[in-house]
Write a protein that binds this ligand. Structure first.
Ligand code: NAD
Length: 511
């Protein structure tokens, strides 16, 4: 890509070609390097130093020191600094969005959208910095007052996945910062450069405000670096986004030391299409959900559950829509579907296709791996659709690729049972114009997911709502609503302003 060097220069990444990392909190280089290759064209972009254990301990020490300062800053002032970070992100939106697209492989539109999401969460966090509300209660004792306060908790460790290489960090970090915490970010080893670019972007704001850089630390590395965070009692909260396999490991390690974890793990998201559905709305919603980000969103649509009377019509429209998809360089605005993250992901796509066939599934849109000049990275695959049964083991599993499963139902209750009958519980949707159907779907007898939508697809959440899911998705909630509470500790205060000492529950104690 010809202008990628300009983008790297603007984001301060050029130094990394020499193995030098970013900021004062640089990683020594003793831990070796992480090479970043673009799935777009297979070219090596740059390398980043990888942290070793002594770098880790250094970073934790710096974070602890910064916490002592940061927690003393009044929350609205912390919000003002986050506001400035939002402005910096606005300045670098095109460059950062382009690097996200090039390093991760999502379309430029989605790369820019991801940076916009970061800006949105900054705005949300600024408002939140004046709204960290606790409740006031009436005491059962006379001349007593009871209330609760929310205090910062310390260091938040953020482990993030490759598919939202920057937004997930900002969802956590911006809220954690207004809450008074400091952050150590362990980005995906597949996308280290976008993370270093973020650090470079916000570093100026920290410097301009005399805030120690330890408020925002980066720990580049792989699984082992994530394990350091999970096992370290100095890390008050570990917020981990990634596969269920990773979440089980992190959740167990943090629970062993009775720490706090926030887990955002895999999904197996379904859309129910009922006979009253407006198919002109439903079909684009399904296709975007299934092929957007090449099926590599945690909220990607994996299963379509269609009522028998409209099954053939939906099938016909899906086949027609898939025939129009353009696959190729995601930086080209005319392209719908970019590459998978790496060749390992292509292998998983191929293995899944084989398992679907072995189980008895039938492809109505055929899978394919692309070769040739336009696909030199070897990471491009065709979005495909298979008719399956929900009970196939492979259908129960999240494959991070654009493979859509088509399932038939007769009665809505049966569709809801199918929708819920997977280990994951992230996102779900129904397309219907029938209020009874939509209300049943949204009721306690309906979807068991953290996200349930009507007449929009499963992917593309807004930052204002709490984001996350149930069951093997991990139960965590991030971003909007009252998700901020996980980044703070609650303290209940009872104050006696009288001259006696009445005890709770009327207990008598006289001396
Ligand atoms: P992954 O689990 O392979 O890696 C995620 C992160 O965890 C990486 O930074 C990795 O280095 C780290 N890691 C891996 N094993 C670890 C361990 N044992 N201890 C500590 N850290 C460890 O996931 P991925 O391939 O990068 O991302 C895809 C997965 O992420 C999918 O399952 C997707 O559904 C999920 N995801 C979920 C959400 C959500 O909000 N629910 C959002 C994005 C992605």
């Amino acid at each position: 890509m010809e202008n990628i060097q300009t983008v790297l220069d603007a984001l301060g990444i050029q130094q990394l070609n020499n193995g030098v990392s970013t900021g004062k909190l640089h990683q020594s280089g003793n831990g070796g390097v992480l090479e970043s290759f673009s799935p777009v064209d297979g070219k090596r972009i740059a390398q980043a130093n990888q942290a070793d254990r002594s770098d880790y301990d250094f970073v934790v020490q710096k974070a602890l020191e910064a916490y002592q300062i940061w927690k003393q800053v009044p929350a609205p002032k912390r919000g003002e600094i986050v506001r400035q970070m939002g402005d910096q992100l606005r300045k670098f939106k095109i460059e950062l969005g382009t690097l996200v697209s090039y390093e991760m492989g999502k379309s430029l539109q989605e790369g820019l959208g991801e940076v916009q999401e970061m800006i949105d969460i900054c705005d949300f966090a600024v408002g939140l910095s004046r709204q960290l509300y606790g409740l006031t209660m009436h005491s059962e004792r006379s001349q007593h007052r009871m209330y609760e306060q929310w205090h910062p908790i310390g260091i938040v460790g953020i482990i993030s996945a490759f598919n939202f290489p920057v937004a997930v960090w900002s969802w956590n970090a911006m809220l954690a910062w207004v809450c008074g915490d400091v952050c150590i970010w362990k980005p995906s080893e597949k996308t280290p450069l976008t993370a270093l670019a973020c650090q470079n972007i916000i570093k100026t704001v920290l410097e301009n405000n005399d805030v120690p850089e330890g408020v925002s630390c980066i720990l580049t590395g792989g699984r082992e670096a994530g394990e350091w965070l999970a096992n370290d009692p100095r890390i008050a909260l570990v917020s981990a986004t990634g596969s269920t396999r990773m979440g089980k490991s992190v959740g167990e390690a943090v629970a062993r030391r009775l720490g706090k974890s926030l887990l955002e793990l895999g999904g197996n998201n379904a859309i129910i299409v009922t006979p009253s559905a407006d198919l002109n709305v439903a079909v684009p919603g399904i296709v975007f959900g299934a092929v957007g980000t090449a099926g590599q969103r945690c909220t990607s649509t994996r299963r379509i559950i269609v009522q028998a009377d409209i099954y053939e019509e939906v099938k016909r429209r899906l086949v027609k829509a898939y025939a129009q998809l353009r696959i190729g360089n995601p930086l080209d605005a005319n392209i719908h579907v970019g590459p998978l993250i790496d060749k390992e992901a292509v292998l998983q796509y191929q293995l899944t296709v084989e398992k679907v066939k072995e189980a008895g599934g039938r492809f109505i849109v055929e899978p394919k791996v692309f070769n040739g000049d336009a696909f030199t990275s070897g990471c491009y695959v065709a979005p495909c659709v298979a008719e399956v049964l929900n009970k196939y083991p492979i259908v129960q599993h999240e494959t991070f690729a654009p493979i859509l499963y088509l399932i038939k139902y007769n009665e809505l209750e049966e569709a809801i049972t199918i929708q819920n009958d997977v280990p994951q519980g992230l996102s779900s949707a129904i397309f219907t114009l029938n209020i009874r159907e939509s209300e049943l779907f949204l009721s306690h007898a309906g979807s068991d997911c953290g996200i349930a939508n009507v007449n929009i697809g499963t992917s593309g959440a807004e930052i204002g709502g709490a984001f996350g899911g149930e069951k093997e998705t991990g139960g965590g909630r991030e971003s909007g609503s009252d998700a901020w509470k996980v980044y703070m500790r609650r303290q209940t205060n009872t104050i006696n302003y009288g001259t006696a000492l009445p005890l709770a529950q009327g207990i008598k104690f006289e001396i």
